[in-house]
Design a protein around this ligand. Structure first.
Ligand code: XLS
Ligand code: MG
Length: 343
């Protein structure tokens, strides 16, 4: 629980965070925990909300998942259509060159909204997955943008008519992986896309920034989140860490850049962010089966510690240093708040 937070104070995590440890170079190293058996593991790790893809908890299973989650005291915070796992989406979903595949992607998006409503989740995330290209000119980028507009407009219209805005839609940017280049690569690109959607639907659309994805793009995640907040579009957030600009690592939150994480929490507190704070992390390959949830407990512990430290940051001191144009001293003050001081 995040003390003095506005709105939802519990933490969330994905059922996919507790995977079998496979990577592009090797298969599973742990037994696969059946998806619904991961719900009690998330609850024991201190999560209030679980998140799942339609490929993990399909529409036919949502009632059962809801009951299993309720039995261990958690609920669905976010649900999301997988636009990456099935071979049918190997060259994109809503951006595909094939009209049948685009249609299927839109249908899956609508179905995910219905499932989210049954689960009681207020947010459906659209991660760009395989929306992208490995070779230039394999798709016409201008047409792709129109396809994305058309797809999201149709999905937004459906959400509005069927659920009257009870389910909000958050697009999650990522610059690469699994594709060499991905459409909707950055927060700025997603905000631009939203600004081009049907004005009557734009209020349903927001962003789910992920700290590591900004880092993979070489961007600063504090500014990315500030930009979402300024636009009134921070609908959800995925926290994790990234050890430099390489492959997507999904390391524990608070691990690589604690000072920047502290600053991020100051920003969220000052903006009165009321939505769910969730982790998108990955149990590392070497971790034993019995320790599979360490990635969550470490992330949660780091977050709670940093959240408390962020509450203690004296905003008056920050403002005074800003007024005095002492930028380096601001860095020093944050470090002092983080590391403490030896008097
Ligand atoms: C992958 C994404 C993914 C989304 C949900 O990099 O972060 O896990 O959060 O599809
Ligand atoms: Mg994510």
């Amino acid at each position: 629980m995040l003390r003095n937070k506005k709105g939802q104070t519990g933490l969330g995590a994905g059922v996919w965070n507790l995977g079998v440890g496979s990577d592009p170079f090797g298969g599973p190293v742990r037994e696969s925990v059946p998806i619904l058996d991961r719900l009690p593991l998330l609850a024991e790790a201190g999560m209030t909300y679980f998140e799942a893809h339609d490929s993990e908890i399909p529409a036919e299973q949502v009632e059962e998942a809801k009951a299993r989650a309720a039995a261990c005291g958690i609920s669905c915070g976010m649900y999301t259509p997988s636009y990456f796992a099935s071979p049918v989406f190997k060259d994109g979903a809503m951006s595909s060159n094939s009209p049948e595949i685009r249609k299927l992607a839109i249908e899956n998006g609508k179905k995910a909204i219905d499932s989210a409503a049954v689960l009681g989740a207020s947010t459906v995330v659209f991660w760009n997955g395989r929306e992208g290209f490995d070779f230039v000119l394999s798709k016409n980028g201008r047409e792709v943008f129109q396809r994305l507009l058309e797809g999201f407009n149709q999905i937004g219209q459906y959400a509005k008519e069927k659920h009257g805005g009870a389910v909000r839609l958050a697009i999650e940017p990522k610059p690469n992986e699994p594709r060499a280049n991905m459409y909707l690569a950055t927060v700025g690109e997603v905000l631009y896309l939203i600004s081009r959607l049907d004005p009557a639907l734009q209020h349903l659309f927001g962003v789910n920034p992920e700290t590591a994805h900004s880092r993979i793009a070489g961007l600063d995640y504090v500014w990315d989140v500030e930009l979402c907040l300024e636009a009134g579009k921070l609908f959800h957030i995925h926290l994790n860490s990234q050890d430099s600009q390489r492959y997507d690592q999904d390391l524990p939150f608070g691990y690589t850049e604690p000072l920047k994480d502290l600053a991020l929490l100051v920003v969220l507190q000052d903006a009165g962010y009321a939505g769910i704070v969730a982790f998108d992390v990955k149990a590392p390959r070497p971790d034993e089966q019995k320790d599979i949830a360490d990635i969550l407990t470490v992330s949660a512990q780091n977050l709670v510690w940093l959240w408390e430290k962020a509450l203690a940051v004296d905003r008056g001191v920050l403002q005074a240093l800003r007024d005095e144009k002492r930028n380096t001293a601001i860095a020093g003050y944050l470090a002092r708040c983080l590391y403490g001081s030896v008097e």
